[in-house]
Write a protein that binds this ligand. Structure first.
Ligand code: ADP
Length: 473
């Protein structure tokens, strides 16, 4: 609604032509106004969208909402034209620009939370609705509040300052219009301008500005939802790794105690059998030798433990890897033992190039190949490395295998052999070992998203199978 009023100091006849001209002028202006407003709105909407996109991007990289919205440029204050903004999360309030103090904002928010609006609350004259805000009308006459969660007191508020307006009326608008005895309309007593001062009012929030806040709310909710899903996933992983850690600590402490007990006992024997002044004989030297072996074993166990725990903590860098090269490197490292044991190695077909961690894959093949040779009592030892023909390429990841014609494994141990320090044989049988190799292989395979399993027949041989990525559903 609008009005163009013209006054004259003396009675003045406005001709028909002039009246028509005024009408055309009025119409032309009112036709132009929405255009001008729409143009202004359009550029403000584009600007708000840009700020929103940047803020959402910044938020994804930050841990908390407050950091994401305040630490970088732009801040949340740039989303809509306002003098100040406040982000309230539970009892925390973060202020930007010109705002009332945090304690006052808390009270304002408490009042807003009691209002029926569920998503956005906007007013350009807060103190008229909420008189307690009157002392702060300079900073907070206009308020738009984005309510993220009413129950958790999560909201973002933007403030506009009071604009004291002096409106000049052509006469007191509240004074009743006088009609003289002859029923003619007379001006309100005089032409002297009547001034009215309007307080506690800010520039009104435009529709496009409230819409921008609304859009931002939707985008924020999306990010918050995604983050909470992510948190739930990390929590689940943490729970699983805590459970694993418990089992792991149990096994590790049990197995580490074994050589420690040995060291303790042998040290006691030595003290008892060789009091001061008694020289060590052959038996004493042998006991010392055992002590050295036990400490060596303990060091091996601790190193394996460390290696295993580091595997889980370091980032797995994946790259295009030619598995033929990886296998050849592993075979090269084992070439002395291969020659000694006269093991025949077969690679029926070339292996593919896959996306994996090259060093870790070298470790997988090294462990599987050395076991295949180690746990083999055949005169003609044979190892085969290959990949199974894929059933559904692209959906089912390739299955690799390492097969031997060795001693085999009884089905009851198919799971436990992957456990830390688990060995099926005496300490020095089959060349000894720490029982960590397969645990590490399993961990590497699983970190790639794959699985490991085996088929075996006692006395005939074992085949270890593994994949390096999950099946595509
Ligand atoms: P280590 O070889 O140090 O004992 P591993 O974790 O590599 O540790 O293997 C665990 C156990 O699984 C071995 O002690 C062995 O008993 C059994 N095992 C592993 N690979 C084979 C295989 N190819 N054939 C038969 N037994 C095997």
């Amino acid at each position: 609604m609008g009005l163009i009023a013209c006054h004259h100091m003396t009675p003045h006849f406005v001709s028909y032509g002039l009246r028509c001209a005024c009408e055309i002028l009025g119409r032309a202006m009112s036709l132009q106004l929405p255009n001008v407003e729409a143009q202004e709105d359009a550029s403000e909407i584009i600007q708000a969208q840009k700020v929103q996109a940047t803020l959402i991007e910044l938020l994804s990289g930050e841990e908390t909402l407050i950091h994401g919205l305040t630490r970088h440029m732009p801040t949340v204050l740039d989303l809509v034209p306002a003098a100040g903004a406040a982000i309230c999360i539970d009892e925390d309030t973060h202020l930007l620009g010109k705002t009332p103090p945090a304690l006052v904002i808390k009270k304002i928010l408490d009042w807003i939370l009691k209002q029926p609006e569920r998503e956005i609350f906007a007013t350009s004259s807060l103190s008229h609705l909420y008189p307690e805000a009157r002392p702060w009308r300079k900073e907070a006459s206009g308020v738009v509040a984005l309510l993220l969660s009413k129950s958790h007191r999560q909201a973002i508020l933007w403030f506009r300052q009071e604009v004291v307006q002096t409106i000049e009326w052509a006469g007191n608008p509240d004074k009743p219009v006088k009609i003289d005895g002859q029923e003619t309309l007379t001006p309100r007593s005089s032409f002297e301008a009547w001034k009215q001062t309007v307080k506690g009012v800010a520039h009104p929030w435009k529709r496009s500005e409230v819409d921008a806040v609304h859009d931002f709310r939707n985008a924020l909710l999306h990010v918050v939802l995604r983050k909470s899903e992510e948190l739930a996933r990390v929590n689940a992983e943490l729970e699983q790794s805590n459970a694993q850690l418990d089992i792991f600590a149990d096994i590790a402490s049990h197995d580490l105690k074994e050589p420690l007990r040995g060291i303790h006992n042998y040290a006691h024997f030595l003290i008892e059998d060789y009091p001061i002044g008694v020289p060590l004989d052959e038996e004493g030297i042998a006991k010392l030798q055992t002590l050295i072996t036990l400490t060596q074993r303990m060091e091996d166990l601790i190193n394996s433990l460390l290696h295993y725990s580091r595997l889980g903590r370091t980032e797995l860098v994946l790259q295009e890897t030619d598995l033929n090269e990886v296998v050849h490197q592993a075979l090269e490292m084992l070439h002395l033992r291969l020659r000694e044991t006269e093991t025949r190695v077969k690679l029926p077909a070339p292996l593919p190039v896959v996306f994996c961690n090259r060093v870790s894959m070298g470790e997988v093949f090294y462990n599987l190949l050395s076991n295949a040779m180690k746990y083999n009592d055949k005169a003609e030892k044979c190892v085969e490395i290959g990949v199974l023909p894929s059933r559904k390429p692209g959906k089912v990841p390739p299955t690799f295998y390492v097969q031997d014609n060795g001693i085999g494994i009884s089905p009851e141990y198919y799971e436990s052999i992957f456990r830390m320090f688990k060995r099926l044989h005496g300490r020095s049988e089959y060349g000894g070992g720490t029982g960590v190799g397969l645990t590490i292989v399993k961990k590497i395979v699983e970190r790639h998203g794959g699985k490991i399993w085996l088929e075996s027949e006692e006395g005939k041989g074992t085949t270890f199978y593994f994949t390096l990525s999950p099946e595509v559903k």
